[in-house]
Design a binder for this molecule. Sequence first.
Ligand SMILES: Cc1ncc(COP(=O)(O)O)c(C=O)c1O
Length: 198
Amino acid sequence: MMTFDNSDELYKIARSFPTAKLIIRIHTDDTKALCRLNLKFGASLLAVPNLLAKAKELGLNVIGVSFHVGSGCFDSSAFVDAIRRSRAVFDMGKEAGYEFSMLDIGGGFEDATFDATALTISGAINTYFPDRKETGLRIIAEPGRYFVSKAFSLATNVIARRTPTSAESEAEKQENPDAPSVRRMSIPPPKYVALTSC
Ligand SMILES: Cc1ncc(COP(=O)(O)O)c(C=O)c1O
């Protein structure tokens, strides 16, 4: 099983692994995530009909839809919007002659907001895929950060530090009023080592 989001991939798959089960990866709004993955991956909904038509023409087996809302997604409405887009792509799949059976909701989950996000996702799935039990829809996720981010601490040598001048802080505040401010600390500079957990 593998994903695709452009026609070059389809030609490559048709040449090298024509019996693969394929998942079309769609573009989502990840503007509020810590790491934006959709700058690089995901087909826009406008491109999907042509991609599915090309897959059909090449005799490829597309079985579902995937997305990733960006890593470190604290805004669960991004999942709702992505599930809504997925629904539209399921319908496009039908138009193209496919009967999709898998929805992959990717990663992006955060420990702090996991329960609320799960509840929101569950509601969106009920809304957009109300017949999922009858159709035997398989739903999977790919949580990464959620499982492992607490497992590591980063130890690093601090070789220099600099407190911004008040003029620089002011300029930054005007440029981006939402940016966290850097507080001046009265503690003396560390000699050379700091231990940072992340
Ligand atoms: C395809 C895919 N799935 C899952 C993940 C894991 O995402 P996260 O750590 O945000 O849960 C990534 C992360 O880059 C990814 O690229």
